[in-house]
Design a binder for this molecule. Sequence first.
Ligand SMILES: O=P(O)(O)OC[C@H]1O[C@@H](O)[C@H](O)[C@@H](O)[C@@H]1O
Length: 329
Amino acid sequence: MVAGSSPARGATNSKTQCQQHWVFLCLAGADLLSRLSQSAFIRLQQRGELELLCVQHPLFSADLLLQGAQLLRFAPAGDSNWLWLSEQAAYLQGQSVRGGIPVCWPWFGNAAMNPPAVQAHLTDSNAAPAHGFARARRWALSHWYEAADRVELTLMLEDNRHPLWQANLQPQLRLIFSAYALQLELTTRNQGSETATFSQALHTYFPTADINATRVQGLHDCRYIDTLEQWQEKTQTGAVAFHGETDRIYYPSQPIQLHSPQRRLTLQTEGSRSAVVWNPWINKSLTLSQFAADAWQRMFCVETANAAADAVTLAPGAEHRLVLRLSQD
Ligand SMILES: O=P(O)(O)OC[C@H]1O[C@@H](O)[C@H](O)[C@@H](O)[C@@H]1O
């Protein structure tokens, strides 16, 4: 069964075709939302102040906020949420929800710590919000596809302008849900006439029944920046275990395995040479919004990124695709 707008399927490479393609999607967005009533598996709901797309398929289910194109939940049938969502999550306009997969774009983390080429597009790096502006903005559903084995949703950021940001980049997020895997593809296109550099992350929160028994594997011998120790460069030995506040930018060269007591997931990426591993531990937890004082024991983040030296430079008309694929071992 297929629903949504079929022209959105299939990539186009030429600049002209691509421009037409993306404009078509933007115009189609509002209409497509109203046409969701034709979908067998997707419903639009309200959660607090925010609109939520609920996907209920025989093989899996998922919850996706239009604000931030933020996935809050993905669960194969019979399984629990693969993503961590804070018990204190607040569904407010203009505020990113704590948990799921916030889209950090077009800069990652503290803007003032980004490479000069990213900061060159910001009129004031010190005033810029952490993790960019896309996570707190509304995205429009531009296309969906549904079938017996999967559901795909594509969203575009409604307004790519920000008072502090001068580049004309446009992001699009495609989410693919199936029985055994979750895939996100964040494509950024340079619509401006100048070369532009940006950083980003799919900031995935994972649940764990015990942070002390949680391991991130596949990073042995990997170089990383320890942002908690003056951004020193270090080398990982063995698996990453959590013994205190952890905030590191790794440069992995192979898939990462996430081992928590309840689940083993493999994380594969494309278009990314950096991964951020984060747990706030005890003291920083007290400073975070929508975060219980003891929540650090139940979550960890492994973020699929283009951060620090891995920032992306796009010529006018060029695109970059960042892909995250999670599958159960
Ligand atoms: O509270 P925020 O803005 O969502 O950020 C959460 C964390 O996000 C991580 O990506 C950063 O490395 C941390 O430094 C930061 O604390």
